[in-house]
Design a protein around this ligand. Structure first.
Ligand SMILES: O=C(O)CCC(=O)C(=O)O
Length: 277
């Protein structure tokens, strides 16, 4: 039952548990979407701001795609990640009244028609199939991402696509663009899965303020942007009760310089990962 304490219906929670992904419509109000869209575009135009250490020293880092941890230093992003309906949604799905902010990440996909498009940066390319967990120095099932577009995103113009139930796969898949120290295997043949079980491939036409919530092991991707506008979206990741540090799982930390990750299993630092709710 959906009530004041629980923003989701039992059916929505069951859908998330079954599929590893849930679409919830109209979560963020349109005024907030407009202000977030403007803030993201301002940030994207200022290459000095919020580049992760992964791009340190790169002359022309990808525009937009790699801005992370904005909420740690920018009030508007902090208000969005900490005080919007998002932490409560994450709490409802992870069955806890208190979640921790993990990090936020901006995803701009430049549309192919723009003069800026030369196909060379991640902001211009498709995002390949991946699970999120192999990128993170954390372990656990209670680590959710909430992806919200601030402009309409038709599913075939850089919309996200998911493989339902892949969060139950026993394997972790080798991530692209990062050396994982986990036991990972190559991702399965997605064309073969699509041919055999097309109903598992889920995508949605998204309006500003709709959200997609996914489990840390759910396979997902996005296409490049064949639409007429740049796509502007932010994912906020939240930690629940079973999330623990796992710094031994990746070689290079790519978080903002000032985040410290403790030893495996150590209590999560409330300064970098504040409790919300
Ligand atoms: O926006 C995208 O293209 C990718 C988003 C994503 O992979 C995520 O939020 O985990």
């Amino acid at each position: 039952m959906k009530d004041a304490a629980n923003p989701l219906t039992d059916e929505q929670i069951q859908t998330f548990q079954r599929d590893g992904v849930l679409c919830v419509r109209g979560v963020i109000d349109l005024d907030t979407c407009k202000r977030m869209e403007e803030a993201c575009l301002r940030l994207a135009d200022d290459p000095s701001e919020h580049i992760s250490r992964r791009w340190a020293g790169v002359a022309r880092p990808p525009r937009g795609h790699e801005r992370i941890g904005m909420a740690l230093s920018l009030d508007q992003f902090r208000e969005y990640a900490f005080e919007s309906p998002l932490p409560r949604l994450a709490g409802a799905l992870m069955n806890t009244p208190t979640v921790r902010y993990f990090y936020d990440q901006m995803f701009i996909k430049i549309h192919r028609g723009t003069g800026e498009f030369d196909g060379t940066s991640t902001a211009q390319m498709a995002t390949p199939w991946h699970q999120d967990l192999p990128y993170w120095p954390f372990d656990g099932a209670d680590i959710l991402s909430i992806w919200v577009p601030f402009r309409p995103v038709p599913r075939d113009a850089s919309g996200l696509e998911y493989v339902a139930r892949s969060h139950r796969d026993p394997d972790l898949y080798t991530p692209f663009g990062l050396k994982s120290l986990r036991n990972t295997v190559d991702a399965p043949d997605m064309d073969a899965i699509r041919a055999a079980e097309p109903e598992r491939f889920l995508s949605w036409d998204m309006e500003p303020g709709d959200c997609l919530i996914h489990h840390p092991r759910t396979l997902h991707r996005s296409t490049s942007n064949a639409g007429e506008n740049d796509r502007v979206a932010v994912s906020v990741r939240y930690l629940g009760r079973d999330a623990i540090y796992a710094p031994d799982t990746i070689e290079d930390l790519w978080y903002p310089e000032d985040i410290e990750i403790g030893d495996r299993g150590a209590p999560v630092d409330p300064h970098f990962f504040p409790a919300l709710g």
